[in-house]
Design a protein around this ligand. Structure first.
Ligand code: NAD
Length: 316
């Protein structure tokens, strides 16, 4: 798989998300070096020891609790550090504290001439991806936010359950902010090439059920956080999928957060859209032909992000 080449992933932030991602990397042998960094060094060390004890059961990897200097040779740096949503808190509530944390982290990584790809998972992910792009000075193609990758997975899963079809055969996207203003692109959601909207036969009952299904997608994090305090397995799988698309040069279409420069009539913000991802990062943004209502919803989502982003712009 690696053709003799060493592939290094650095995870910064070894909390629920960072360690769940690390565990999935280990299980699927996607990279052969994994470095864990956390402000709480002992936590990173404990996690590295625990993960290393899984190696005799299958994977061939080197895993250690490292330093920022380890980012010099990294292919990918994943940032999952920072504060998490408390029950009742929105993702946008985290903006101030996590932007400050990101300034320090990204500056530290770049001080070792990191020349790979950043993947950002910390919330609010669109704004922190933008901040990472600004703070790092890397080309936009190489700073990728997890965006609506998880929301799209939740959407496909719930539609699969609703229609009793394998969720891998459900095609559709959640666009916009990874947060309260995201939107489903119903006009392009299909199962077996058949538009989902035609499958409900235009009944008002069917429409109400699909609306409720989307509300479950949008509010999923709140429902999970109220029950168990954090969400981490789903996003870990999403980050793993993104990592594979990059390291294996897959040219896969994933809904990630990227800088828009005129696509969808939007610019100078990171927001969730479908894009082709390969070894160079973002190859291109896919522009869907949205309905007027969907366009309006996306513009509203973009405006919410742009307004919330003003404090970040002050840091640049
Ligand atoms: P957590 O509290 O379990 O872990 C965060 C870790 O970051 C802690 O170990 C902490 O010590 C570390 N940290 C804090 N400041 C740091 C710094 N300056 N340098 C290095 N490490 C630092 O939180 P979690 O549940 O793992 O969530 C992490 C982030 O991921 C949150 O912002 C959360 O909202 C976000 N998240 C995103 C998605 C998504 O879809 N993008 C999904 C779930 C969670």
């Amino acid at each position: 798989m690696f053709e003799g080449k060493t592939t290094r992933v650095v995870v910064i932030g070894t909390g629920f998300v960072g360690t769940s991602y690390a565990f999935s990397l280990l299980n699927q042998e996607v990279a052969n070096e994994l470095v864990l960094i956390d402000a709480n060094k002992e936590k990173a060390e404990g996690e590295a020891r625990d993960l290393n004890h899984g190696l005799p059961f299958g994977a061939q990897m080197k895993i250690w609790a490292g330093e920022y200097s380890d980012c010099r040779d990294a292919d990918i740096v994943v940032i999952a550090a920072g504060a998490n949503q408390a029950p009742g808190e929105t993702r946008l509530d985290l903006i101030d504290k996590n932007t400050k944390i990101f300034k320090t982290i990204v500056t530290n990584v770049m001080s070792y001439n990191f020349d790979g790809i950043f993947i950002v998972a910390t919330n609010p992910v669109d704004i922190l991806s933008y901040a990472t792009w600004k703070f790092s000075g890397l080309p936009k193609e190489r700073v990728i936010g997890s965006g609506t990758i998880l929301d799209t997975a939740r959407f496909r899963y719930l539609l699969g359950e609703y229609f009793d079809v394998d969720s891998r055969n459900v095609h559709g996207y959640i666009l916009g902010e990874h947060g309260d203003t995201e939107l489903p692109v119903w006009s392009h959601t299909t199962i077996g090439s058949r538009p989902v909207l035609s499958l409900i036969k235009d009944t008002s009952e069917g429409k109400a059920e699909l609306d409720a299904l989307f509300a479950d997608v949008r509010d999923a994090a709140y429902h999970i956080i109220n029950r168990k305090g954090a969400t981490h397995f789903g996003i870990a799988m999403g980050l793993l999928r993104l990592t594979k698309a990059i390291l294996r040069n897959e040219n896969s279409i994933l809904t990630i957060s990227t800088l828009l420069e005129g696509e969808y009539g939007l610019e100078d913000l990171y927001i969730g859209v479908p894009a082709i991802v390969n070894r160079n990062g973002i190859r291109e943004v896919i522009e869907l032909d949205l309905t007027p209502h969907e366009t309006e919803q996306l513009q509203h989502s973009a405006k919410t992000l742009t307004d919330a982003m003003k404090p970040v712009l002050l840091h640049k």
